[in-house]
Design a protein around this ligand. Structure first.
Ligand SMILES: Cc1cc2nc3c(=O)[nH]c(=O)nc-3n(C[C@H](O)[C@H](O)[C@H](O)COP(=O)(O)OP(=O)(O)OC[C@H]3O[C@@H](n4cnc5c(N)ncnc54)[C@H](O)[C@@H]3O)c2cc1C
Length: 362
């Protein structure tokens, strides 16, 4: 990864305050990609291959979503389907784990010398096609400004959890992300949800000594639960090892209890921790703030399916956000191909052979 624009040695005063060292002049780019997930990386790689100067900005670290997955998570996808930039991904087991994926994407970033600015949050996008301005803030609240001809939004969905909107949801014992089981040994844990995350979390917690109650508003575990996980969770429930309340909803969370509405009445469960694993959603406000229109039903960004250019000329959408609220429609396996689609259009508009090439940077 390229480092941030360095000052020459003569330019660095001995007592330069940290904020000042981080301030940079505006930087011009052909393409600015928001989000350094697998899709954003693929977009930058393909843009570079088309001869364009690309920069990627992420508010977290490289592949921040994968970094924040459960610590011991194993992908359901085989490694070759997670590959980007034609860099092979091989693993000892049939399916890669989180650490192997993190290492793979680091290697890809290094191989292509991607210009990735980590820990910078894109706050506003203004301007117009061929002359966009992007303002970011870093961890120290310093503001950076960038200019770019084209923008690609690949901001994913994992930062914003779907809320329960019940009293007590803000208590420190309530989590929307699961990492590992050890802290919950010999405690009473409620897991809310009926899809993969809820099923896998409930099983992992139970296997590591937590007393687990699963609460799901559906009549049974969701059909999308992985075919090898489903019998496991169902058998644990049948055996009474994990207690489950279906057609039920958590109505309130207290310091040491959870109130659940069940088909046979409202009950109060003793409780130490709650994992509310009821899904995540893209940052619709951010997309709207860039001028992107969203469809009324599923909040899909309006875009040309051939090029993924949105209703705002020069702004493209990529990865899971293309599916709006249907976040299980697009994942790494298929989202990674958005890079090629977008780069083909960018190459035609900005690349070699275009009269405006090379970039007339200011
Ligand atoms: C537990 C779990 C297991 C999964 N397993 C698989 C699997 O086996 N196979 C598979 O194909 N998919 C899997 N998925 C789905 C897959 O991880 C996502 O679909 C994929 O990460 C989407 O890629 P993306 O690049 O579109 O978004 P992301 O990977 O979410 O990347 C988006 C990036 O944008 C950044 N960002 C957001 N807003 C801003 C902003 N304003 N400024 C700067 N940066 C911003 C975020 O920090 C993030 O790094 C899994 C998901 C989960 C939750």
């Amino acid at each position: 990864m390229k480092s941030q624009t360095p000052l020459s040695v003569e330019e660095i005063p001995e007592t330069l305050p940290r904020r000042q060292t981080q301030a940079r002049a505006d930087s011009w780019n052909d393409v600015l990609v928001v989000g350094a997930g697998p899709t954003g990386m693929a977009c930058a790689i393909e843009a570079q291959k088309a001869g364009l100067k690309a920069i990627v900005i992420d508010k977290g670290c490289l592949v921040n979503s994968i970094y924040n997955y459960p610590t011991n998570m194993v992908f359901f996808t085989t490694p070759e389907l997670l590959e980007i930039g034609d860099i092979p991904f091989t693993t000892a087991s049939a399916k890669p784990n989180r650490l192997e994926a993190l290492e793979y994407y680091r290697r890809v970033a290094e191989h292509y010398e991607l210009d990735i600015r980590q820990y910078e949050w894109v706050k506003t996008i203004t301007g117009e096609d061929n002359d966009f301005r992007v303002a970011t803030t870093n961890r120290h609240d310093a503001i950076h400004d960038y200019r770019a001809r084209k923008i690609v939004l690949a901001t994913g969905y994992y930062d914003l959890a779907n809320k329960l909107n019940v009293p007590g949801e803000d208590l420190a014992k309530v989590f929307h992300y699961y990492r590992e089981p050890h802290p919950y040994f010999d405690t009473d844990v409620v897991v809310i949800g009926g899809k993969n995350s809820a099923a896998e979390t409930a099983l992992d917690l139970w296997r590591h000594g937590a007393r687990v109650t699963l609460v799901h508003r559906g009549a049974q575990m969701h059909n999308h639960v992985k075919y090898w996980v489903r019998p496991d969770i169902e058998n644990r429930i049948k055996a009474g090892e994990i207690t489950a309340y279906f057609n039920s909803e958590v109505r309130e969370i207290g310091e040491d209890c959870v109130v659940v509405r069940t088909p046979s009445g409202t009950i109060r469960l003793r409780n130490d921790f709650v994992f509310a694993l009821t899904g995540y959603h893209p940052d619709y406000d951010f997309l709207r703030s860039a001028g992107i229109e969203l469809s009324s039903e599923q909040l899909r960004p309006v875009c040309d399916p051939e090029t993924l250019e949105s209703n705002v000329l020069g702004i493209y959408v990529a990865g899971v956000i293309v599916a709006g609220s249907r976040t299980s429609e697009i994942f790494i396996e298929n989202g990674r191909f958005h890079g090629k689609l977008i780069a083909a259009d960018l190459g035609a508009k900005l690349g070699r052979g275009n009269p405006n090439f090379p970039l007339d940077a200011t």
